[in-house]
Design a protein around this ligand. Structure first.
Ligand SMILES: Nc1ncnc2c1ncn2[C@@H]1O[C@H](COP(=O)(O)OP(=O)(O)OP(=O)(O)O)[C@@H](O)[C@H]1O
Ligand SMILES: [Mg+2]
Length: 452
């Protein structure tokens, strides 16, 4: 039996709810105005409040705020005859548990009340084992699986030398994080770590991004600009998506790696650099070499030491640790306190295909924390998010939303042009960086078959 307070100036609504809630075994208390509602809130100590927005003496949103400022952690369900965006946003922002429209539907009320009570119970349990989020002031790579432990060992070995490293792995597996970790543990840690995404820049600009340019080197070059190699100084140049490097530039990069000398675009002066090189790719470079799209000599230069980062689904034993780590990080960043995973959540997480790997896991947890109405993430909530994130498993047409169609269009176009992103972007009429961000957002991978 739980205590429920209904604040509504309409007598018939209070009566109906009184009957309905008592029948469900709850203790009922009714108030006809905002002031009366607050008084009863303090004396009756309800667990759930059903609160009308339009009250004779006050706005329900005001009453909600007052209730939220009390110690009582009751869940408040707002009801209203008006369906406008602003009030809904305001209500959720002020901490309402749910928002229901009139005319009231018995099922809907029952579901909301039961949901609120369930969350309250879980919150109570979570508070017993409450832990404070301590700030994490350095980056860490989480993983206890054999695969990740081998990678940690490799990072340890690499820290003692200047070897060029190639990191291979699909999108979101943690390539950049590993590159940063190698850099941070080398003697050059105080020097800069400079990433260059070889796929996100238009070909013609890439050369100047890498090597810099002199004033007047080309139209628009109105001042001398230092390239990423120069900016990296004695630190690390991180060549992300190196497989996307156009052939013309591959030769120039090779020249630099062999002699450690280069010139700015339009420059005369020979510059030198001792920066460390770490390259990453989510494509199979050896296969690109076979297809004649990547220079073999450059491949051997980069591939001195290779770290292969496994897919998340190949190391699901890491998922519980990653989930805890991300919850801590997300709560710190969002200022929330969603500290627990309900039973069943880890099982759901371990069954998901994780096409977007660790990044997808992090994104799913961010959404779950934002959607949580208490301190606990429910497995139903996770299931909903996972289903949405993985549109290929959807069968019903009603679920066929705009993002699903967009994803499919991009997927089809990419396979049509054998994953030549420049071509695909042109065909789709979007810029290369936009295409790239969409590929990440929808976790589209080359191995995936088109669903049509
Ligand atoms: N083992 C891990 N422990 C903690 N965080 C991780 C781990 N792996 C990845 N991440 C996090 O997941 C996100 C994606 O990782 P990262 O950017 O390194 O992936 P990536 O392989 O470079 O992906 P892409 O190929 O799409 O660029 C980052 O926020 C990163 O911090
Ligand atoms: Mg990356």
């Amino acid at each position: 039996m739980s205590k429920i307070l209904v604040v509504d100036d309409e007598y018939s609504i209070r009566e109906t709810l009184a009957m309905f809630l008592r029948e469900k075994g709850h203790e009922f208390c009714g108030a006809a105005s905002g002031r009366e509602g607050i008084t009863l809130f303090d004396s009756f100590h309800p667990e759930v409040v059903i609160l009308d927005i339009r009250l004779p003496d006050q706005n329900g949103l005001e009453v909600l705020s007052q209730m939220q400022s009390r110690d009582n952690v009751a869940k408040v369900i707002m009801i209203t005859a008006f369906q406008d965006m602003d009030t809904t946003i305001q209500a959720m922002k002020r901490g309402a548990y749910d928002y229901i429209h009139k005319p009231l539907d018995a099922d809907e009320i029952e579901k909301a009340v039961n949901g609120a009570l369930h969350i309250l119970e879980l919150d109570r349990e979570a508070s017993l084992t409450r832990e404070k989020w301590k700030p994490l002031n350095r980056e860490v790579i989480i993983g206890k699986s054999k695969e990740m432990r081998d990678i940690f060992k490799m990072i340890g070995l690499l820290c003692q030398n200047r070897a060029t490293v190639l990191i291979e792995g699909e999108t979101g597996t943690g390539k950049e994080l590993i590159a940063r970790m190698i850099h941070q543990n080398r003697e050059c840690a105080e020097e800069p770590f400079i990433p260059l995404d070889c796929s996100a820049v238009v070909d013609t600009l890439l050369e100047s991004e890498l090597f810099g340019h002199e004033k007047g080197a080309f139209t628009g070059a109105d001042h001398t600009k230092r390239g990423k190699i120069e900016l990296a100084a004695g630190g690390t140049l991180f060549l992300d998506e190196v497989g996307e490097l156009p052939l013309s530039l591959q030769g120039k990069l090779l020249g630099f790696l062999q002699r450690r000398e280069y010139m700015r675009v339009g420059g005369q002066q020979i510059l030198q650099s001792r920066c460390h090189i770490i390259a990453a790719t989510n494509r199979d470079l050896a296969a690109l070499v076979q297809e004649g799209k990547f220079r073999e000599d450059l491949y051997f230069r980069l591939n001195v030491v290779t770290i292969h980062v496994p897919l998340l689904r190949e190391r699901i034993s890491d998922i519980p640790y990653l989930a805890r780590h991300f919850l801590r990080k997300i709560n710190m960043e969002l200022g929330t306190d969603v500290s627990k995973l309900h039973t069943g959540v880890l099982k759901c997480l371990s069954l998901h295909p994780w096409k977007g790997n660790v990044r997808e896991l992090e994104n799913v947890l961010v959404e779950a924390v934002v959607r949580a109405r208490g301190k606990v993430i429910l497995s139903e909530e996770i299931e909903k998010i996972l289903k949405k994130n993985h549109p290929l498993s959807m069968t019903s047409l009603s679920n066929y939303s705009l993002p699903v169609m967009e994803r499919e269009q991009i997927q089809k176009t990419l396979s049509h042009v054998s994953w030549n992103r420049t071509k695909a972007a042109r065909l789709l009429g979007i810029s290369l960086p936009t295409l790239r961000s969409k590929i990440r957002k929808y976790s589209i991978t080359a191995s995936e078959k088109s669903i049509a």
